[in-house]
Design a protein around this ligand. Structure first.
Ligand code: ADP
Ligand code: GLC
Length: 482
């Protein structure tokens, strides 16, 4: 049986700041279903310590990073075995996994996540509870040092995979922190963890891992270009042979309109009437007018530069003038959020903005929306456009990353062929988005065609099985032959 240590920081529902948590809940379960012995290694954040069912005594890893004693305890989370790194001085803090309640990064994040990578490497020789992984699979910068600590052992060991969910977050720290990481001195170099004089955790993962993956085929190509590579495009293209894009899936146990506890009425592609109930209820809940000549747009998103919501602000006059409605749930950039709030005050019957994080409202918006808007500047995969299609909301997206891989634009050819599933625009500008909006409104006036697109969108299978199979193939290629 293939043994995989899966190293990450977020798992839905215990702890989530974005799509990473959804993936880390669904993918390990899918892999387990394929006979892989996958175990998660997680920092012992309070949310995990409370949610996990603990069993078995903790195994001491000894002192590390100035901490008296670090241990790893075994537990179950979502039915999957997990190891929790117990280091209360590092992980037992209120706030997000990465910073305090005000959103400021913890000043010792380099040590907090070095510990995670270091602990992962400690499993290599089977000395932690007698379980030796064939593969160590790390996710995003927080796990970036795991392949470096494995390489530092200097002996053959588990294969390593590093998955980039978002190259914008790299875990960069002043070069002066390097000695505290306990890596061999020559690891601080261009062929190592160093990036322009800084310690860069993502670069460590990209350099030392045996295989690199990211979460869509298009993003795998894009990050090899200067436009999307955040300075790491050279390294990524030099490793193109070991880099692949494996699309995320939808966890049908959590995102399924025919079985969703959060929504007002259940529906599916055949029994679609419940969708109208969801829409009416949401409009009432948010104070939107019960009728509108245009579609109801929904957005559920972090509010950051990445997500391109400022482009939508630029196109808002058109959306309002054409009689559309918009329900937005998001959190993040205060200035952009404030502009949405001000617009909602001017048009309270057409535009509703809810700031904060609210899982149930996210489901209600996606279930009610006619269109789910994801106008991202870049998008490694994106989950909400797939959730939207599953719930009968046509995506309006920019042709970038996983959005390009999952949405088929309603051009004349695709409409005629019955393959269209949404609206795709090219340029990251308000005017390109406005032109796409015109196409949305034009198609809305053709209900028969709109319904045909909905049918095509909803009948797609975004299940995890094919992607989980690709990860298993990758693990097999790397499994040390013993
Ligand atoms: P990213 O990981 O870049 O934020 P994804 O589309 O991959 O983007 O995943 C976002 C996930 O976070 C989805 O599950 C979405 O429903 C959820 N989400 C984003 N913002 C909110 C919010 N304000 N409230 C509840 N859920 C949210
Ligand atoms: C990141 C990306 C998003 C992706 C998610 C899960 O947060 O921004 O596009 O879907 O990770 O892989």
């Amino acid at each position: 049986m293939m043994r995989v240590l899966y190293v990450s920081t977020e798992v839905y529902p215990a702890l989530k700041t974005g799509g990473l948590a959804d993936v880390n809940a669904a993918l390990p379960q899918a892999l387990t279903g394929m006979g892989v012995d996958v175990r998660l290694l997680l920092p012992g954040f309070p949310a995990f310590m409370h949610a996990a069912e603990h069993h078995g005594p903790a195994v001491s890893l000894g002192p590390a990073f100035g901490l008296g004693e670090v241990s790893v305890s075994r537990a179950l989370l979502n039915g999957v075995p997990v190891y929790l790194v117990e280091a209360p001085q590092f992980y037992g803090r209120a706030g997000t996994p990465y910073g305090d309640a005000e959103g400021r990064d913890w000043p010792d994040n380099h040590l907090r996540f070095a510990l995670l990578g270091w602990a992962a490497a400690r499993f290599a020789d089977g000395s932690v509870g007698g379980w030796r992984p064939d593969i160590v699979h790390g996710h995003d910068w927080h796990a970036g040092l795991a392949p470096a600590y494995l390489a530092a052992r200097g002996v053959a060991g588990p294969g390593s995979v590093f998955t980039v969910h978002n190259l914008a977050f790299q875990g960069q720290f002043p070069g002066s922190v390097f000695p505290a990481l306990g890596l061999p001195p020559d690891f601080f170099g261009v062929r190592g963890v160093e990036f322009h004089g800084m310690v860069n955790f993502v670069k460590a993962g990209l350099h030392y891992a045996d295989r690199i993956t990211t979460v869509s085929p298009t993003y795998a190509r894009e990050i090899q270009t200067a436009e999307h590579g955040f300075g790491l495009d050279g390294l990524l293209s030099s490793r193109a042979g070991e880099l692949s894009g494996i699309l995320n899936g939808v966890d049908r146990a959590k995102w399924n309109p025919s079985d969703d506890e959060y929504i007002a009425a259940r529906f599916d592609a055949v029994n679609f009437a419940g969708k109208a109930v969801c829409k009416a209820k949401l409009r009432a809940e948010l104070g939107l007018s019960p009728e509108s000549p245009g579609p109801l747009f929904g957005i559920v998103s972090r509010i950051t530069q990445q997500k391109g919501l400022d482009l939508l602000l630029g196109a808002m006059p058109e959306l309002i003038a054409a009689g559309g409605q918009l329900a937005l749930l998001g959190s993040g950039d205060a200035a952009i959020a404030e502009r949405f709030r001000a617009a909602a005050l001017r048009h309270p019957r057409q535009l509703a903005v809810r700031l904060g994080y609210d899982e149930a409202l996210a489901h209600r918006i996606i279930a009610a929306a006619d269109v789910i808007a994801v106008p991202s500047r870049f998008e490694p995969c994106g989950l909400t456009q797939m959730y939207g299609m599953t719930y009968g909301a046509l995506p309006l997206v920019r042709r970038v990353g996983g959005l390009a891989d999952t949405v088929r634009d309603a051009d004349a050819g695709a409409i005629a062929a019955g393959t269209a599933t949404g609206f795709v625009f090219e340029e990251a500008s308000a005017s390109a988005l406005s032109r796409a909006l015109e196409r949305v409104f034009a198609l809305w006036r053709e209900p028969a065609t709109w319904s045909r697109l909905l049918g095509t969108a909803m009948r797609q299978d975004f299940g995890w099985t094919p992607s989980a199979r690709r990860y298993v193939e990758l693990y097999r290629e790397l499994r040390p032959r013993t």
